[in-house]
Design a protein. Sequence first.
Length: 142
Amino acid sequence: MVNIIRISLIAALLSGCVTTNSQISRIKDTQEKTIDIEAKENARIEYVFSEDIAIIKALERLYGGMFDIAKNFLQYKKENGKPTLDGFYIWIIKRVWYRDMFDNGDKFKIGQDMIDNRFNDKDYIEIKKNYELIQKIGVYEK
């Protein structure tokens, strides 16, 4: 009787370990698939907007993956006919970084001051340099 209980306990423990290992491998597979899907989506966006890739790359050099630049650019391009670096930067300020302030009417005009003074902002200056450099060396094809 005791042996049957021991065998049952060992079987239960082993089945739990096997289940845990399979769950961990499923989680890893799901994470890898998610990363792969995101990479493919960004590649598709870059391909579709290859003429504007310098805008995306200029911001990615400064911010990396802090926010999804390619997806935001896709949305910006849908809303605006001819995208520009300056227009995209203003769009990001209004729609991504300080959305709450602009949605509430920008009562104190802080957001508008940020937009008006962007040419003195060190991040904007860096993005502009990146953009001009990428265009000059022709990293993307027209």
